[in-house]
Design a protein around this ligand. Structure first.
Ligand code: ZN
Length: 737
């Protein structure tokens, strides 16, 4: 009897305890949800209108309340955890809620100010050059003169035209000139990025690359150092060795550093091939400034950070598929593009965007202060998911929209979870939209969208099809003809009032934008205007084609473009966080020189000028002043191929579970997942778990895989790998650096 009584008492006690715990966690989740709503609103408002004077006070109140609450809650939960009273779900919620750095209120106030300082250094960066013809050109340096000439050229070719999204810098230049009559200005990363992608003038590129880093890096050095000191202190308070260890813990990947290095080594053969081939073509274009072997000058890779080489595709391929041009021909607006991205997800059985999404999202700059770096926001209120992205209508914008909608699909699919689980491993979160994009970039879907025509869809060898979608970038348009076309436009519009004139010129020039762009680029082609760096006569003949005629196909062209866009991101994203992990743990010897030593090792690039310790070049990337971890993008580069392969199999077989690989007869680059409900089910299952499980369990349950691996990525690029190898052998292209 005695034993039974004790047993019953114990059972009663346990039942009471578990009921109490149930109510406790219910309450904690409710409170978490409330805090998340406030935080989301503050973040949204500070992006839309960072100058709002009420924001700092409101955010201070929020931080104080949240900090006190979190401190008390985590203390309480730690006691329960130590008594082993928590079940596995509760343990996971405790872990997710209470991990990370532990700030004091004073520290959060200081870090808020430091964030603000760092972000405004980055967002407000503006470089203006006096352009008034009366200004004595003695005040300008030679490079400023060069860029001014270049911008004037751009402006001249485009005329006084508004609404052009391809060339923001020129638009700004035109606008500024009308208003102030004496300045040409480049503002923010948008302008710089577009110019870096567009220009082929080495001097201009060097100037852009350098001036961006001069403007951003040095003023950031000190506030960044202070920020890291506080973050480290807060991380140590919660048991981490430094803030880098806390960031790595967030991903729940054991031995993350080793795994990253392993993945990098797996993808390196492909990267080395791409790097060697790109160096070969850059050398043919720019001459001896590009070494035959060794690191590529960082400013020549078509991007401020050398992380996306797609703008250089025309150096490799005289014939390419220009999706920007196709989008322009179809007159797509940003709204068209969002609708098409939404449609892709919906075709797979995923939900449409909510009414609040369409009401609250921002697709264009509302005022000059709006911080436009793409953001998908979960407002933690019924159906309130929003997008903030000042979008243009390029193929890259189309990609960003799919990417951000991937985040929103994620938010929607775990909306039913308790608030602490309404998040996900950040590497998984970054994966959805990019996975979908591989489906978008299949010839079938591009054709469905009207971006490539039927002959490109079915005829593998594009050389034999005379199609307007394939543009020959080597055709040099006669200068005189171009100008007389332009003069005609002005004649036509002279007699009308000024408002009409602008519209008319816009309409009249719209169709030949592409020709004008090509003409501008052609001015810098060494075959028409000999580059001064070129001394060797062998550079005077056009370089060999990257693909033999029989290998040129819609598929190989698209795959090369995708590779140029995606593969260089991999070493770059590893660099950004490997460097910061070292910075955080204090293991760098010389801050800036070490950055370039690592960039040389991982990316195979070198700065065009000496980079001393007066600079802080890592700060030139948005995520550093924004203090966002970056390794999630590195991991996602691999995960998105693992997920895409799984979706591909489901689409091909029409069911979820399929053993074995994709059949050899199905090319991954032609795997059309659009409309596949079976693939959609996998995606939904993958996302709806939110943070309720460890990522490895999610991978096992939905993909049947145990780890993050480079195998699927390498399978996807295999056809390109073989073509590049063939080219390297045929032309004895040096590989490595
Ligand atoms: Zn993202």
């Amino acid at each position: 009897m005695g034993a039974t009584n004790t047993f019953l008492l114990l059972l009663l006690f346990k039942t009471c305890l578990s009921q109490n715990l149930y109510h406790l966690f219910k309450q904690i989740n409710e409170e978490t949800g409330n805090f998340s709503t406030i935080a989301a609103n503050l973040a949204w408002e500070s992006s839309i209108n960072p100058g709002n004077p009420e924001l700092p006070a409101r955010s201070a109140v929020y931080q104080k309340n949240r900090l006190i609450w979190q401190h008390n809650t985590c203390d309480k939960l730690a006691t329960l955890h130590n008594r082993q009273s928590l079940n596995s779900t509760q343990q996971r919620q405790y872990y997710l809620l209470c991990r990370g750095p532990e700030f004091t209120y004073g520290e959060t106030r200081i870090t808020s100010n430091l964030y603000e300082e760092l972000q405004s250094i980055y967002s407000d960066a503006e470089i203006c050059i006096p352009s008034d013809s009366n200004t004595s050109s003695n005040n300008l340096t030679a490079v400023e003169d060069a860029i001014l000439n270049y911008l004037s050229n751009v402006k001249q070719f485009f005329g006084y035209k508004y609404g052009d999204s391809n060339l923001f810098a020129a638009k700004i230049a035109v606008n500024r000139n009308i208003q102030e009559k004496e300045m040409l200005c480049l503002k923010g990363e948008v302008d710089f990025e577009k110019m870096m992608a567009f220009s082929r003038n080495e001097e201009v590129l060097r100037w852009l690359w350098q001036v961006w880093r001069e403007k951003i890096g040095p003023p950031m050095k000190e506030p960044y150092r202070k920020l890291v000191a506080i973050e480290n202190r807060a991380a140590r308070r919660n048991g981490y060795s430094d803030i880098g260890a806390s960031w790595r813990d967030e991903l729940e990947v054991p031995m993350l550093r080793q795994l990253c290095r392993h993945l990098y080594e797996e993808v390196k053969p492909l990267y080395r091939l791409l790097h060697g081939v790109m160096r070969f073509y850059l050398r043919r274009f720019y001459g001896n400034i590009v070494p035959e072997r060794g690191a590529i000058p960082a400013h020549l890779l078509g991007n401020l950070w050398s992380q996306n080489w797609e703008p250089l595709v025309d150096l490799l391929l005289p014939q390419t598929i220009d999706l920007d041009e196709s989008i322009e021909k179809l007159n797509w607006t940003v709204l068209h593009m969002v609708r098409r991205a939404e449609d892709f997800y919906q075709s797979m059985g995923l939900p449409a965007m909510t009414d609040k999404f369409w009401r609250e999202s921002v697709f264009a700059r509302e005022n000059s202060d709006t911080r436009c770096h793409g953001t998908a926001a979960d407002m933690f209120q019924d159906g309130d998911f929003r997008l903030l992205y000042c979008s243009g209508t390029s193929k890259e914008d189309f990609y960003v929209l799919h990417h951000e909608l991937g985040h929103i699909q994620y938010y929607m699919s775990y909306e039913h979870q308790p608030p602490i689980f309404r998040q996900a491993n950040t590497a998984l979160h970054e994966t959805i939209g990019d996975t979908i994009m591989y489906g978008v970039l299949t010839p079938q879907h591009l054709n469905r969208l009207g971006l490539i025509n039927d002959s490109l869809l079915y005829t593998m060898n594009v050389e034999q099809t005379d199609t307007p979608m394939i543009q020959d970038n080597n055709v040099i348009y006669d200068n005189k003809e171009c100008r007389s076309e332009k003069d005609k436009d002005f004649e036509k519009t002279e007699t009308k009032d000024s408002k009409e004139t602008i519209n008319d010129v816009f309409e009249a020039t719209n169709d030949k934008d592409y020709l004008v762009m090509k003409k501008l680029k052609a001015d810098y082609l060494p075959f028409t205007k000999l580059n001064e760096n070129i001394k060797d006569e062998k550079f005077d003949v056009p370089p060999p084609k990257i693909f033999e005629d029989k290998d040129i196909s819609t598929d190989s062209v698209l795959l090369l473009k995708t590779a140029l866009n995606k593969i260089p991101q991999i070493p770059f994203s590893l660099l950004i966080d490997e460097y910061r992990w070292k910075y955080f743990e204090g293991s760098l010897r010389r801050e800036n020189r070490d950055f370039w030593a690592m960039a040389r090792e991982l990316q195979g690039i070198a700065p065009p000028t000496v980079r001393g310790e007066e600079y802080f070049d890592v700060g030139a990337k948005f995520h550093v002043p924004d203090n966002t971890p970056y390794i999630r993008y590195f991991l996602s580069s691999f995960l998105q191929h693992q997920l895409f392969e799984k979706l591909c199999k489901a689409a091909v077989f029409g069911r979820r579970s399929v053993d074995g690989d994709v059949p050899d007869t199905i090319s991954l680059t032609r795997c059309d997942i659009y409309g596949s409900k079976a693939a959609g089910k996998i995606l939904k299952d993958f996302m709806s778990r939110g943070h309720s499980q460890h990522w490895r369990e999610i991978l096992r349950a939905t993909l049947g895989e145990d780890d993050i691996s480079a195998a699927a990525l390498n399978r996807y690029y295999r056809p390109l790998y073989e073509l590049l190898e063939k080219f390297v052998r045929a032309h004895r292209v040096p590989i490595g650096w």
